[in-house]
Structure formats: C-alpha cells, structure tokens
Design a protein around this ligand. Structure first.
Ligand SMILES: C[S@@+](CC[C@H](N)C(=O)[O-])C[C@H]1O[C@@H](n2cnc3c(N)ncnc32)[C@H](O)[C@@H]1O
Length: 273
C-alpha cells in the first residue's frame, strides 16, 4: 500500500540504473551512482540533446507552478513523479507566490525517499508532505493519510505529472491513472503535464528512447495528438500543448532550439459540476 515503504530501509539498488538518478546526473546533481552515470553516458550517445531538453522541462515546471499559483490562484498541489530535490522545488515556486500553499510530493524511487527531507522545507503558513507511492496506484495516492492531511479534496487541486508519463508506456494505463486522479479532484482542479515527444527530433529521440528501454527503463515518446488525448475531457489553458520551451516563456526561460526540446507540455482545467 502507498506509503508503507517509508518505515523500511530503502533498497537503493545502486547497481541498477534508475530514471530519477539519470535525470539528476544529467541536470548536474550529485545523487547518482556509477550505474546511472554509465547508463546516462550510453543513452546520450543516441540522445545528445537530452540534458538540454531536461533543463527546458525543469524550467517548464517552474513556469507552470508559478502560473497555477499566481494566475489561477491554486493553493493546493499534488506533484507525482517529483524527482530528486533541486532548485527551485515546486513548493518554493508556489510558496513564493502564496506562502500558505500546500504540496504533496509523490515518487516511487527509493533514492527520492531518502532525500525527501529537502522537500519538506515549507513556509510556516503552508505545508509539504512526501508520499512514497507509485503513480499506477492512483487510488492509494488519493486515500493516503499524507494526501488527506495536507490537501482539502473538496477544494481545487493542481495535479502535476511533469516528465513522468513517458514511463507509463501503455496509453490505457496512462488514461486510467489520469482519470482516477482527476475524478477524485473537484471541478476547478488542474492537470499540468509534460512528457517526451519525438516530433521535434525524430531519429534522435527514437534512438534515445530505445536506449532507455535497453537499460531496463521502459519509456516511450508521444505525438501531440497522443498528448491531447491525455488531457481529454479537460479544458486546455492558452497556449495549449506546446514544446515545453514555448509554453508561456518568461525572461528567465533559457533560449533553446526547438530541435533540442523533446517534451510537450500543457495545463488544463476540469470544468463542470
Ligand atoms: C524525469 S523525472 C522528473 C522529475 C520532475 N517531475 C521534473 O520534471 O523535474 C521522473 C520521476 O518520476 C518518477 N517515477 C517514474 N515512474 C514512476 C511511477 N510509476 N510512480 C511514481 N513515480 C515515478 C521517477 O522516480 C523520477 O523521479
């Protein structure tokens, strides 16, 4: 059940590459092991612009969080597939706008669990919690005490699935978890997501995704039409689904060529009663 693993000593399986640690390594972090660095070195032979694309994605996370808090007034966030702490973390982005903002972080990687304390540096007015759980156990995430004690599910919640859905390779499963999560959240809630596409650099990303699979990490790229389906039943906010670098860029957004950005992103709202 979600959260139970927190009481056990996590098995980091440091001899097996993990997606969170490969991401950390390529973003310049220190929470990774030789197996992750070796996998990253192999993957980036095929996917040389992966680190640039990841940085563009991370900046999308910052802008999406700011937009949700500052423009749409969200105060409650459920972030699944959080990754290792980095600067800025989502709660730092949204609490800079609204110190009373509350964030539930969720990841299923034991290395993220061991670093979760760095995610729990909330303002006194707000709150952050960490839940060790799998996105595919959507119902357990919603029912977990960490979620219930941090978020009021009677009020709108911004769900973020940033750079995680490429690891849910089956569309039916991706739709199931999104439907279960959004059904549990009231009208006015939002879904912010980004996921890998090959449309901006087909040979590079196709080879890179194959390299992830060859390293034992199932992954896939999606077309813009596939990503639109992930948002089905929700109302997309402007500018719709774009490469993450083109989604409401601000003066801090790094300049990057489209061919070096391999993620689509967007935000949509659940309407209706
Ligand atoms: C590429 S990182 C993205 C981190 C962060 N959201 C960002 O965009 O900077 C993907 C994260 O999703 C987590 N993850 C992958 N599959 C997951 C699953 N089924 N359930 C929960 N977390 C998962 C990984 O452990 C990793 O930390």
């Amino acid at each position: 059940m979600a959260g139970d693993r927190e009481s056990a000593v996590p098995d980091l399986k440091t001899n097996v590459p993990h997606s969170a640690r490969i991401y950390d390594y390529l973003l310049g972090g220190k929470d990774n092991y030789q197996a992750d660095r070796d996998a990253a070195a192999g993957i980036t032979v095929d996917w040389p612009n992966l680190a640039k694309s990841m940085r563009a994605n991370r900046d999308f996370m910052r802008r999406a969080g700011h937009y949700l808090a500052a423009e749409l007034g969200f105060r409650q966030f459920l972030d699944i597939g959080t990754g290792l702490p980095t600067a800025p973390n989502l709660h730092e982005v949204v609490q800079a706008v609204a110190p009373d903002a509350r964030v539930v972080y969720v990841d299923n990687d034991p290395i993220v669990l061991t670093h979760a304390r760095a995610l729990l540096t909330s303002t006194p007015q707000g709150k952050t919690t960490y839940l060790d759980a799998d996105l595919r156990e959507a119902a357990a995430i919603i029912e977990a005490p960490q979620t219930r004690e941090t978020l009021d599910l009677g009020k709108p919640v911004a769900l973020s699935l940033i750079a995680i859905l490429q690891f849910i390779v089956d569309d039916k499963e991706a739709h199931r978890v999104i439907d279960e999560l959004m059904t549990a959240l009231p009208p006015g809630s939002a879904l912010a997501l980004s996921t890998v596409t090959a449309e901006s650099a087909p040979p590079e990303v196709t080879a890179g995704v194959a390299a992830y699979n060859a390293n034992g990490i199932p992954a896939r790229a999606r077309s813009k039409a596939d990503v639109a389906e992930l948002f089905r039943g929700l109302e997309l906010a402007d500018p719709g689904i774009t490469l993450v670098s083109q989604w409401r860029p601000d003066d801090k957004t790094p300049a990057v060529a489209d061919a070096h950005v391999h993620m689509y992103g967007g935000i949509a709202i659940k309407r209706g009663a």
